[in-house]
Write a protein that binds this ligand. Sequence first.
Ligand SMILES: *Cc1c(COP(=O)(O)O)cnc(C)c1O
Length: 388
Amino acid sequence: MKTAERIAKLPPYLFVEVTRKINEKRAQGEDVVSLAIGDPDIPTPQHIIDAMNEALKDTSTHRYPESDGLPEFRQSVADWYSRRFDVKLNPDTEVLPTIGSKEAIGHLAFCYIDPGDIALVPDPGYPVYSIGTMLAGGETFWLPLSRENRFLPDLNAIPEDIARKAKLIWLNYPNNPTAATADLPFFEKIVDFAKKYDILVCHDGPYTEVAFDDYEPVSFLQANGAKDVGIEFHSLSKSFNMTGWRIGMAVGNADAIDALMRIKSNLDSGIFNAVQLAGIAALEGPQDAIKDHNVKYQQRRDKLIPVLRNMGLEVDPPKGSLYVWAKLPDNVKSGDFAAQLIDAVNVVVTPGRGYGEAGEGFIRCSLTVPDDQLDRAIDRLSQFRLQR
Ligand SMILES: *Cc1c(COP(=O)(O)O)cnc(C)c1O
């Protein structure tokens, strides 16, 4: 049976070659250290695990959840946004619990994209923005992010006819993979642009709680008028080291939240209630885990950057996100560089090209590597000599 066109259109898994090399090496018993995985190595805080254990004992949690989540979880999301960002949300109309943010980002396309419609998507960027667009039958117009422009999209470079046709613009700060951050004046320019062209702003913000040097990331919803034109996706994955638990939230514009709820209620049956109760413990309990992981990631960042610079790479120290984004010497391809690194010293980094054409010439190193492994990687990187 022939599969649908959309299956053929899915990009091949980007890191096939790298994964093949890692598996080959590991099969030979070699110690390969991967700086390629963006998944916190620090465990979920104990009080959240305890809340989950308690919730499991209540058998009412074992039944189907509601698609719009527990009212208590929605309320604790609204309270957290109010405490953390001073953003006021109506828990019944402006908050939707999600099964982690990835599914919600993918499903949002189905709410706004008809065949032929355009979404504005950053390049490099998280692949789901453009793949969701494609699955809904839409077209991606790429917004190149350059180091000169601090990895913010240049709105003036978007042709007038594209802006008029576009339905969505995707943004993500602190950014994966570039680690760039955005401030409120930038978000306010985005609000003006979205109002002018009647575009929904979709801000993906899973890294607002991963920040260094006393920098405090902002929420897009803090920008004046943001709720009129936009929604934000947040997730407990990176904020509370809960990637495996699958819990997040979409917040903001009530019409967009309602549309997303309607799509999701036809495709999934919500988040396990016990996980939502654990989510309440995360949002309402002690927030020390955030400070603790930031101290740790910052120490790792500060250990890694000097060795990358000694290798001839250029690095702007990140103020947030889980990544160090490093510029390779001119004319070095990111795929070649990553392949040489594995071959020569058994260290894996992510080629920037995997996140889009504008990611070429860069590599991404993740800070979610246990300290002993990071020390081994740093040792080996300092012995690496690039062959050109
Ligand atoms: C990790 C990440 C997410 C969140 O993933 P979850 O599905 O919530 O675990 C979303 N966007 C980006 C850019 C990410 O890096």
